[in-house]
Design a binder for this molecule. Structure first.
Ligand SMILES: [Ca+2]
Ligand SMILES: [Ca+2]
Length: 231
């Protein structure tokens, strides 16, 4: 008599479930969008807890952390081979309370006065400087001593830099500012070439998310400001 034994070991034929994930977007300022990339194996059901009271059953969820902190994220993965858990500590930096200017670049400016159609200076290019003002027109930074003289299109971009340790701090991140660009005139009043607005909360959103460079454009005036955000 021949007896054939069939091996029917469930553990051998059904691979174990492994919970595993990677994340993108942590170690940034709040509000932060964090992406969770599921690397689990042999799993078809997922349960995430994000450490701030929120949960998800999506395979690859995204989550917004509105405040800084350390959040313990847990993924429970389930499959035919059982269940497994993976954990990760998501670190989100607090919302910045400081913004510093360290470089200001005029990429483009109008070379003629739109009101008169003529150049800002009669015989040569404008002598360009800028001022940063608040909503009450108080000058916070800048004057004619910053001027770059006889600017022509080939002079662009015009660049001003602050020294390390001497960056210009935006007084409040919840107020509006203007950067005015002038042509210096020795004999007459200075000509206002143009101005751009800067409202920090515009850049403190999930979509803008604290850019290193603020692109400020108004008509033919185009200014980039390089900034540092700090807590
Ligand atoms: Ca002038
Ligand atoms: Ca000039």
């Amino acid at each position: 008599m021949v007896v054939i034994f069939f091996s029917c070991n469930k553990k051998d034929s059904t691979p174990s479930t492994v919970a595993r994930f990677q994340i993108e977007g942590d170690h940034t300022f709040a509000p932060a969008v964090v992406k969770f990339i599921n690397k689990s194996e042999h799993a078809d059901k997922f349960h995430w807890t994000f450490g701030d009271g929120s949960v998800s059953t999506e395979e690859n969820p995204m989550h917004i952390y509105n405040n800084g902190g350390i959040y313990t994220v847990t993924l429970e993965a389930e499959g035919p081979g059982g269940s497994d858990t993976d954990m990760y500590e998501v670190i989100i930096k607090n919302i910045p309370t400081h913004c510093f200017f360290y470089k200001l670049i005029i990429n483009d400016l109008p070379f003629t006065d739109p009101n008169t159609g003529s150049g800002w200076d009669v015989t040569n290019g404008p002598d360009v400087f800028f001022q940063i003002i608040d909503v009450n027109n108080n000058v916070l930074y800048g004057d004619q001593s910053l001027r770059i003289e006889n600017v022509i299109p080939d002079s662009l971009p015009l660049i001003w830099e602050w020294n390390v340790g001497n960056y210009w701090e935006v007084p409040s991140l919840n107020a509006g500012y203007k950067i005015e660009v002038y042509d210096y005139d020795l004999l007459n009043s200075n000509d206002l070439i143009g101005q751009v607005d800067f409202f920090p909360p515009d850049f403190m959103t999930i979509t803008q998310h604290y850019p290193d460079t603020l692109h400020l454009i108004n008509n033919d005036l185009s200014i980039d400001v390089l900034v540092e955000w700090e807590q």
